[in-house]
Design a protein around this ligand. Structure first.
Ligand SMILES: C[S@@+](CC[C@H](N)C(=O)[O-])C[C@H]1O[C@@H](n2cnc3c(N)ncnc32)[C@H](O)[C@@H]1O
Length: 249
């Protein structure tokens, strides 16, 4: 079987944060498949030899199947995701479906890592993820809200810094108020946090606040919320987390 599938993380935004391996995988592909905004993110790499398949939100399973089928039929396919494809992206779903195929029907597959949004946002803020941290998605699209809240409660109680993906959308608005309430049960009101929107993209915005002053209206589906853990603090213009600082034995 000559086809192959690269599941590519494009990084958070522009080409300057895209790895060379990700660019090479897209450039060498016959077929580039992805959610339309992610395909646009690598528009600078597309050429007339590419077949480009732009998908819609909610069609992730169909996209994974199409990528696998095209690769199994002999094409070199790049399935593109923003950030890292393995972090709240297409990699897990696609690999799970690939695992259901008979070994002789399964194309060669490689996951090409990318810079995830938490790292891009962290770099803009300083080093808020310098000590242990947890990355959670607040989306209850595929996971019941009770599960999201149980996980959030556990990591909030553990004092970890938090990188909160999918914090709010036009239709998911009440959840962030609940998140703030859960965090307030375990963290001081003056715990520093930041809303980082469109990190490494045009319109990039960083809004600093605390648990008490967070305005949910500043948070969109293109935002990542970073909440300091018990070793996190404001140091000059930065948010930093030094391992061992501020943590009781
Ligand atoms: C479906 S997840 C995709 C995450 C992606 N795979 C990654 O590794 O960054 C989408 C969420 O990631 C976050 N996100 C992705 N790119 C971002 C960026 N450039 N700036 C801020 N947040 C971003 C937002 O929380 C958004 O709602």
């Amino acid at each position: 079987m000559s086809g192959r599938l690269d599941i590519v993380g494009l990084g958070p935004g522009g080409p300057e944060h895209r790895t060379a391996a990700a660019a090479a995988a897209v450039s060498a592909a016959d077929v580039v498949i992805g959610y339309a905004p992610y395909v646009e993110q690598c528009a600078d790499l597309l050429h007339t030899g590419h077949e480009v398949v732009r998908g819609a939100m909610g069609q992730e399973a169909a996209r994974a199947d199409e990528a696998l089928a095209r690769a199994a039929a002999g094409a070199r396919v790049a399935l593109v995701s923003s950030g890292d494809a393995g972090v709240h992206g297409m990699a897990a779903r696609t690999l799970a479906r690939a695992a259901e195929l008979a070994a002789d029907e399964r194309p060669a597959i490689e996951v090409v890592p990318g810079v995830t949004a938490a790292l891009a946002a962290g770099a803009l803020l300083g080093a808020p993820l310098g000590d242990d941290f947890a990355a959670l998605s607040l989306s209850d699209l595929h996971v019941a809200w009770e599960v999201v809240e149980r996980r959030l409660t556990a990591v909030a109680a553990a004092g970890l810094a938090l990188a909160l993906y999918n914090p709010r959308s036009k239709t998911r608005t009440w959840q962030l108020d609940r998140v703030r309430d859960v965090l307030r049960e375990h963290r001081d009101a003056d715990t520093p946090l930041a809303v980082v929107t469109d990190a490494a993209r045009p319109g990039q915005d960083v809004a600093r606040a605390t648990l008490a002053t967070l305005d949910p209206e500043t948070v969109t589906m293109r935002s990542l919320l970073v909440v300091a853990g018990d070793s996190g603090r404001v140091a000059g213009p930065w948010l930093v987390a030094e391992r061992g600082a501020g943590v009781l034995a």
